[in-house]
Design a protein around this ligand. Structure first.
Ligand SMILES: NC(=O)c1ccc[n+]([C@@H]2O[C@H](COP(=O)([O-])OP(=O)(O)OC[C@H]3O[C@@H](n4cnc5c(N)ncnc54)[C@H](OP(=O)(O)O)[C@@H]3O)[C@@H](O)[C@H]2O)c1
Length: 329
């Protein structure tokens, strides 16, 4: 495993990490999550990602149960939570969502309880909250750090302007600003990481814990010939995800990426994850998996990274930029 400094901080995260969105509680039980976290940890993964909203709090509870059974040295790994959406779904009342001091503080306490830990290594604002002053958010995160309840704080899916505003406020009041952003990044979603954030990487030194490196599985090639029965895109409530990703143009490109992977003798998933961590502005790519074979395959991305020569990167770029083929009339 390779370890990378998270932006300008002293914290080192494994280039591949492991998250629980959709999978924990909904698709996999304690036994499988125990097995998957064990495989991840044994392969050097030191960051486990979670959020209050995942499975309405059940994902954090499951990770908490696994961690307390594993008895790993708490100093050998990092865990996160994220607040914004609340965990009660439609039952959320005012103050049970958003980034107010009240919700950020209470969500932190709840995450600590569910994850059975004394502190979160990383605590994210899961989305920007346009109804809460940024001063309140920065002050609250700074206080949680002073209280020892969190070690670093970050943002997720914030715009570059919103991130810079948080930095302006933290400098103005001499508070600790956000040191990491959690954006989506994969071969089909590149705008923020490769565009909007470039100045922030250069001038502020922000780390990134990127999500959906496989576009929810599309970039494994598993959807090339239709939608397999036990896959994410068949899940009730996730039709929007299927509709977002399953398009013929994208499938055509995944097939071409598969041809490169074949020449390199790696899986398409491994190639596509390696491509994400090839970007030096990516601190860690958060993996998701429902089966141990998937996770073992995905973890090979660390080795596949060395196969991504400038020539291969150029070939990949050609596929990603190529215009979709016109139908034959
Ligand atoms: N901050 C945010 O807003 C945000 C949003 C989303 C995710 N995240 C974080 O990022 C993590 C990863 O996101 P993600 O789960 O969307 O990642 P992903 O890698 O894009 O998708 C993972 C899913 O793809 C399928 N898959 C993975 N590897 C495979 C393989 N080798 N072969 C076949 N199928 C494979 C599995 O689903 P099936 O087996 O069900 O098909 C797996 O659960 C999440 O757990 C969460 O921690 C954060």
């Amino acid at each position: 495993m390779e370890y990378r400094k998270m932006g300008k901080t002293g914290l080192q995260l494994s280039a591949l990490s492991f998250g629980s969105w959709v999978t924990f509680h909904k698709q996999i039980d304690d036994k499988i999550s125990d097995e998957l976290m064990g495989i991840a940890y044994d392969n050097g993964v030191n960051f486990f990602d979670n959020a209050e909203v995942y499975a309405g709090g059940e994902s954090e509870k499951m990770m908490g149960r696994v961690l307390s059974q594993k008895k790993w040295d708490r100093t050998s790994y990092t865990i996160s939570s994220k607040a914004y959406f609340g965990w009660r779904g439609k039952q959320n009342k005012p103050n049970q969502t958003g980034l107010s001091r009240k919700h950020l503080t209470e969500a932190c306490h709840e995450a600590l309880e569910r994850l059975k830990t004394d502190y979160l290594d990383l605590y994210f604002c899961h989305r920007p909250d346009k109804t809460t002053p940024i001063e309140e958010v920065v002050q609250t995160m700074n206080t949680l750090i002073q209280q020892g309840k969190i070690l670093y704080w970050g943002t997720s899916e914030w715009s570059g302007v919103e991130i810079m505003e948080a930095h302006r406020i933290s400098e103005k009041y001499r508070l600790i600003g956000p040191s990491v952003e959690q954006p989506q990044y994969n071969m089909f979603e590149r705008k923020k990481v490769e565009g909007e954030f470039l100045e922030i990487f250069k001038n502020v030194g922000m780390g990134t814990t990127i999500w959906s490196p496989l576009a929810s599985g599309l970039l494994t090639g598993k959807y090339n010939d239709g939608i397999p029965n036990d896959s994410r895109f068949t899940l009730e409530g996730y039709e929007w995800l299927r509709d977002q990703w399953v398009m013929q143009d994208k499938i055509n490109r995944v097939q071409q990426l598969g041809a490169i992977a074949k020449v390199l003798k790696v899986s398409t998933a491994s190639l596509c994850i390696a491509w994400c961590i090839k970007n030096p502005n990516v601190t860690t790519a958060i993996l998701g998996a429902t089966k141990k074979e998937q996770l073992i395959d995905n973890l090979t991305a660390v080795q596949t990274l060395s196969l991504l020569t400038p020539e291969i990167m150029e070939q990949i770029e050609g596929i990603l930029e190529s215009k979709p083929k016109l139908p034959e009339w």
